[in-house]
Design a binder for this molecule. Sequence first.
Ligand SMILES: Nc1nc2c(ncn2[C@@H]2O[C@H](COP(=O)(O)OP(=O)(O)OP(=O)(O)O)[C@@H](O)[C@H]2O)c(=O)[nH]1
Ligand SMILES: [Zn+2]
Length: 332
Amino acid sequence: MSHTIYYRARNSALFCAGLNPTFLPLSPKSPIKYDKIRTMINKGRILRSLAGFYDVQTEDSQVYQTRARGNFRKKGMKPVVGDFVDFSAEENSEGYVLDIYERKNQLIRPSVANIDQAVVIMSTVSPDFSLNLLDRFLVFLEHKQIRPLIYISKLDLVEAGSFEQIKSDYEAIGYAIFFDEAELRDELKGKVTVFMGQTGVGKTTLLNKLAPEMELATGETSEKLGRGRHTTRHVELYPLMEGLIADTPGFSSLDYEVDNQPDLNEAFPEILRISHACKFRECSHTHEPDCAVKTALEAGEILASRYQNYTQLLSEINQTREHYVKQGKKQT
Ligand SMILES: Nc1nc2c(ncn2[C@@H]2O[C@H](COP(=O)(O)OP(=O)(O)OP(=O)(O)O)[C@@H](O)[C@H]2O)c(=O)[nH]1
Ligand SMILES: [Zn+2]
């Protein structure tokens, strides 16, 4: 590790410790005594994970290559891309991740932590557009406190204007929905964004439009080249529009633990807003009397498809719960 980097690391570490680094000799004219200060603890964010190495970026944009100390594995913890970590920067050697800060949220595929927002890509056709799948993605993200941004791909394959109604319906709920990657690009500023959608919707195509320099192979090109897709098992947060985007699109399927999810109301913003007017505080909006949500549904203030998907998910959650309860009884 070069001295310049070492100095910066030290500087940043002192910032983290709440000390003013200007009080210390940092110019090359007054070198640091390495035997006295051999290891500095630094704070940064993991941008890349590859073959047991983690590239950590500090606040002053320096990138350090680190490894995780063995004790992480013993604790069943593994640093992931997006993690904020304390790490050691040592003279003439790689650093070590020492501690992982509490995660705001985490996704398994791609393995990324502390995500601000996700672009849900839905194609008009091939695969066919599905409001049910869209709502499932939205519920998944709401529960993880990740802001959803909806992007509709393959609009060139349908009649102009076919998706305007869906756009205005979802905007009325409060979701941002995009037909155009230029508009979407503006939303990436200063945020950590992941891309998700079924296989073939055009995730890679969109990523390539947003960041051509990443040169990701789309279905078409990788078939032409005769090699499998996503062969590299690495995840990287890629700087774009003063933000970071995950270069590995994910989520062909949504397998998540419904049982651990909080109230389904929370995942349907328009239902949540109205539910405060229901007679019963615990109203499920299915069979209870004086349900404000059902009244709103009848008045056309809540989309029929949204209500239908809500009740479908609710019964799936209840079935899963019953299943677990029965299993639990059998075991005891
Ligand atoms: N006509 C049209 N085709 C598109 C569009 N976007 C993507 N495609 C095509 O759809 C196919 C799948 O696109 P990809 O970008 O590989 O899709 P993906 O979501 O990354 O797919 P997976 O890697 O399987 O998850 C390719 O043949 C693309 O050329 C679009 O806006 N219009
Ligand atoms: Zn109700």
